[in-house]
Design a protein around this ligand. Structure first.
Ligand SMILES: [Cu+2]
Length: 189
């Protein structure tokens, strides 16, 4: 009789212990779960002129008439006044280590979000305004390392595991699209 009454109690105690442990683990996981910081890629590509040069569906019609034609984009870049509506927003970010950077392309055409040691030219000479292609962009999409940083229209990529310190990202197509990310160490203000 005795053993019968003790057993269920012991079982209950064990179960309660497990639940408490699970609760603690959950709370810790919540506290450490990385937050999310968003960067938006924007452009105003004009579909008919872009697609005539680059193929169907390269530029999707998303900007409701706020368009820059293919030739104008190159003319503006050549003049040293690249179109400001091809842009990553925000331009600078300060995030905690562990924060996930989510980069979403809300423009009409593809971009890249490529980490570079130093800002410079991309892989399309006509958009570089004389700046040399940075090593990280060389080869364009035929370079797998560059292709992996591509963001297609309406999609996003997530950058994780950024080390403490300053990181620079640019678009390898439109090299004036630049973002500086400062990653703070844990507990740093
Ligand atoms: Cu771009």
């Amino acid at each position: 009789m005795r053993t019968l009454t003790i057993r269920p109690l012991a079982k209950f105690g064990l179960l309660a212990g497990c639940l408490m442990l699970a609760g603690v683990t959950f709370a810790v996981a919540q506290e450490n779960s990385p937050s999310l910081a968003q960067v938006v890629a924007l452009d105003e590509c004009e579909p008919s002129s872009f697609n005539a040069k680059l193929g169907p569906d390269f530029c999707k019609n998303v900007t409701l008439g706020a368009f820059t034609t293919f030739d104008n984009l190159f003319a503006e870049a050549a003049a040293g006044t690249p179109d400001p509506n091809w842009d990553f927003e925000p331009d600078t970010l300060r995030i905690n280590q562990g924060t996930i950077l989510s980069v979403v392309d809300q423009g009409g055409e593809p971009h890249t979000f490529t980490e570079v040691a130093h800002f410079g030219g991309g892989f399309v000479d006509g958009l570089n305004h004389g700046e040399a292609t940075v090593p990280e962009c060389i080869g364009g999409f035929s370079n797998l390392a560059v292709a992996k940083t591509r963001i297609l229209q309406g999609s996003h990529i997530e950058i994780t595991g950024l080390s403490k310190g300053e990181h620079r990202f640019e678009c390898c197509i439109h090299p004036w699209m630049r973002v500086t990310v400062e990653v703070k160490g844990r507990g740093e203000k």
